[in-house]
Design a protein around this ligand. Structure first.
Ligand SMILES: [Zn+2]
Length: 189
């Protein structure tokens, strides 16, 4: 094992998936570089260039990262990706965790946990983030009122929207708008 491979393993680096595999001498299982399952002791690790090589050495594929299935992405990653796509498609509507879980056909606690573990943020924070991104764009159009923007990005109350926006961007929507147009004037646009 070289230093680059070791770094990929300890960082669980997905960009190395498929480039090499590693086996654990103690369990006789082999994994993709990103596998979150293992505890690491470099002396117990053996590197394989291919699935065939691992199999020839008597190692079995790990049941978590499925090195034997080339197109397999783990279930949580897949779920988080669909939830993200759902939020981006439905950000303008009012929806709850239950609505989202129903649409994904999964348990809502499982969905919430999976999303947090893959994306590092809660579903609610992510949803607010997406809504505020769209709102920020709309704020640069002076003809759109703030209450119009607020309801367009899925908030029931403009004051709630304002609160969330301030948390995301560090200023209220109207301050954001003022700053935006002031910076245009200053740049002579
Ligand atoms: Zn694994």
């Amino acid at each position: 094992m070289d230093k680059e491979q070791w770094t990929a393993i300890i960082n669980r680096d997905r960009s190395y998936d498929g480039k090499f595999f590693y086996g654990l001498k103690t369990t006789k299982k082999f994994c993709r570089p990103h596998c979150p399952k293992q505890s690491y002791n470099p002396r117990r690790i053996v590197i394989f260039a291919s699935v065939e090589e691992a199999a020839r050495s008597g190692y079995l594929p790990c049941s978590r990262c499925h090195p034997d299935l080339p197109d397999w992405t783990d279930a949580k990653t897949e779920l988080a990706r669909s939830a993200e796509a759902y939020i981006r498609a439905h950000y303008a509507e009012k929806f709850s965790l239950s609505t989202l879980a129903e649409a994904m056909h999964v348990d809502k606690a499982y969905l919430a946990r999976s999303f947090k573990s893959v994306k590092g943020v809660t579903l609610l924070d992510f949803c607010n983030h997406v809504r505020c991104e769209y709102a920020r764009e709309m704020l640069t159009h002076p003809e759109l009122s703030i209450s119009y923007i607020s309801s367009t990005v899925g908030y029931v109350s403009a004051s709630h929207f304002s609160q969330v926006f301030r948390k995301e961007w560090g200023c209220t929507p109207s301050e954001y708008r003022e700053n935006f147009f002031r910076s245009l004037e200053l740049s002579g646009a």
